[in-house]
Design a protein around this ligand. Structure first.
Ligand SMILES: [Ca+2]
Length: 218
């Protein structure tokens, strides 16, 4: 009995010790992007949610409340404390199992000062969930409401219920900066962020082309 209590208390201590810590993906000393040859993600362009930066102990690139990757082991994408789902059939990776208050950061390079529209590919079977996006610490989007799409995104059997929410008219300044996606409520799955200048998006819409990419890509 004492042994069980000891084990339980140890587990509790470990859990409390990890819970709420700001994530450190590895022991590297220089923060970089993940993929893209360590270069900032170019805007306009697409940033996959799962490709948040590789942080350092003093400059973390994510904040996770629930430690460990909660996705099944066969859905491995990268080493981090962020829960990333992988749909091998669709060739899709996404960030899921999201808790309120968590955030992810990406280093971006805005090609020119302009007004941008952002397509956020997101899924949730719940109502009333939302997030916002900060650029160099400033909230530039306000509340982005997630639609109830009827499921958590992909179901590993080819099912797919992501929808693209367009955030119009986001003013961004040229240059390299930090983008922080703040999960105000959690309880949704995020696949990607698609940036287009408002001018280009408007022109495309007149041709019947919208920010939605027809096929989910990794
Ligand atoms: Ca993705």
């Amino acid at each position: 009995m004492f042994l069980i209590a000891l084990i339980l208390s140890f587990m509790l201590c470990v859990g409390l010790g990890v819970s709420g810590k700001v994530g450190i993906t590895n022991t590297q000393t220089v923060r970089t992007t993940y993929g893209n040859n360590s270069a900032p993600w170019l805007i306009p362009g697409v940033i996959e949610a799962e490709n948040f930066d590789e942080g350092t102990p003093s400059d973390p690139a994510y904040h996770t409340i629930t430690p460990g990757n909660q996705a099944p082991p066969d859905q491995y994408y990268r080493t981090s404390e962020v829960s990333i789902g992988v749909d091998h059939i669709l060739g899709l990776a996404d960030v899921g199992w999201i808790d309120s208050g968590e955030w992810l950061e990406y280093t971006i390079n805005v090609a020119k000062t302009d007004i941008y529209d952002i397509g956020v590919r997101i899924a949730t079977p719940l109502d009333g969930k939302y997030l916002h996006i900060e650029f160099n610490g400033a909230d530039k989007t306000g509340r982005i409401n997630a639609p109830n799409t009827g499921c958590w995104g992909s179901d590993l059997h080819g099912g797919h219920c992501f929808q693209d929410v367009t955030v119009p008219g986001v003013s961004l300044t040229a240059g390299t900066q930090r983008m922080r996606v703040v999960f105000d409520t959690g309880l949704y799955t995020v696949d990607s962020f698609n940036f287009m200048t408002h001018t280009d998006n408007t022109a495309n819409q007149s041709l019947g082309i919208n920010l939605r990419r027809e096929k989910p890509t990794r």
